[in-house]
Write a protein that binds this ligand. Structure first.
Ligand code: AMP
Length: 409
């Protein structure tokens, strides 16, 4: 029997999952998959370590209206029935918001769940789904140890200047501060950097660009967060797939008072209808926009890159200079066009790309004469959750576990 850690990364319309061997260090998962299109057209993809794709759609309730509450127990049930020889000994979850109290991974208990529920208004698209995932496992396997890993934790090394809004002090003291997000991705990249061509230079001034459907930047020195583009919620900073990024707060007042918008409509506008989708009027998906002939598609891509380059310059100031840029996440890892357009705008800093390496999504895409190192490093949020879960449980050991039945057909 092999002990494995189940990792769940629950988003608004998708749940990524993976089973990692419960041993020290970063490992390849034995199974990795995704339930996507939840609420509209649910789909499953899953791959075992040897690259085979199990055909299991028929065995899950892929009803168009199937919710997270329907799908998570079904997923756990599927894992029980299909992955013989594996014992799930722990579960680790991505939780977007840990608030001010939670600076590192934490063991699930009723008090913690109450704390995290209070943070739902600060991460309405993510937090409720993570809590549903945790509760579903508590109900299905009460003795299974569960650990939560927060996207906000990585940024708690920032000084107060980087974390504070220019608001009355009492509001800052009440918790209205810049928390920052995508911290699990940044933690993974920070851990990997010394193994990359950067080597010891990874301790220098590095900006990591997590460019996915959600997007942010993190300025690191000595592989610790110094500043980040996202703030109190996952809305601030870069333009994203459907989120607007930074916006003059006067626009919000105008939409509420001048246009009579309700807060529900405003929330929908900011989280769902803006960004690449809003500007292009075509799609929130970068790959689709790159393939689309309409000028609005190109305009949205150009704006995404313009804003990313401007934010990078701002973060370089927080670092007092810049040595390296790392691209990661779906767009950062795969879009040669986006990397090219961003680096082109940073030419005044002496940044140039190796065009061929950029087209190949190579690890080092630094141009021959570039003053900055430029890298592409795939992120692995599930991998860091698995290793953090094991690390926490090794210092807080437990005897409870769940054995998966052996019943592969
Ligand atoms: P993520 O949220 O990290 O899964 O990233 C999703 C984003 O990555 C979507 O906008 C995708 O269109 C984009 N993406 C993935 N592959 C490519 C690609 N080959 N070219 C451009 N964008 C891509």
């Amino acid at each position: 029997m092999t002990d494995v850690t189940l990792v769940l990364n629950a988003g608004s319309s998708s749940i990524k999952f993976a089973l990692f061997p419960a041993v020290e260090g970063v490992q390849e998962p034995v199974l990795r998959g995704k339930l996507s299109g939840i609420g509209s057209h649910p789909r499953f993809t899953a791959q075992t370590r040897d690259g085979t794709t199990p055909n299991w759609d028929a065995q899950l309730p892929l009803h168009p209206r199937a919710s997270h509450e329907d799908l998570i127990p079904a997923l756990f049930d599927w894992l029980e029935r299909h992955d013989d020889g594996l014992t799930i000994t722990a579960a680790g979850h991505r939780v977007v918001h840990g608030g001010r109290e939670h600076h590192g991974p934490a063991r699930v208990c009723p008090t913690l769940l109450d704390d995290l529920a209070e943070l739902i208004p600060l991460a309405p698209n993510h937090q409720p789904h993570s809590l549903v995932a945790i509760q579903c496992l508590v109900d299905a396997v009460p003795r299974l140890p569960q650990v939560v890993c927060f996207d906000t934790s990585f940024h708690r090394t920032q000084d107060s200047m980087a974390q504070t809004f220019a608001l009355p002090r009492a509001l800052s003291e009440s918790g209205i501060v810049r928390y920052g997000f995508h911290g699990l991705s940044y933690q993974y990249i920070a851990d990997r950097l010394p193994e990359t061509p950067l080597g010891t230079r990874s301790e220098g001034r590095v900006i990591v660009a997590h460019l996915g459907n959600g997007a942010s930047l993190c300025a690191m020195r000595q592989r610790r967060s110094v500043a980040t583009s996202m703030g109190f919620t996952a809305l601030e900073g870069l333009m994203m797939g459907q989120r607007c990024g930074s916006l003059d707060p006067g626009v919000l007042l105008h939409l509420l008072d001048g246009k009579g918008m309700s807060t529900t409509e405003l929330r929908h506008l900011l989280y769902e209808e803006s960004g690449l989708l809003g500007v292009s009027g075509i799609s929130n998906d970068m790959a689709e926009l790159e393939a689309h002939p309409a000028p609005e598609a190109r305009e949205a891509i150009e704006m995404f890159c313009y804003r990313a380059a401007c934010e990078m310059t701002s973060l370089a100031t927080a670092l007092g200079g810049l040595d390296s840029i790392v691209f990661t996440a779906g767009i950062g890892e795969n879009s040669a066009l986006v990397r090219h357009l961003i680096i082109q705008r940073l030419a005044w800093l002496g940044a140039t790309l190796d065009t061929d390496a950029n087209q190949r999504n190579a690890t080092s895409i630094t141009g021959k004469d570039s003053a900055l190192e430029i890298l592409v490093i795939p992120t692995d949020e599930e991998g860091i959750i698995a290793s953090e879960t094991r690390r926490l449980l090794s210092v807080q050991p437990t005897s409870s576990h769940r054995t998966i039945q052996q019943s592969r057909p």
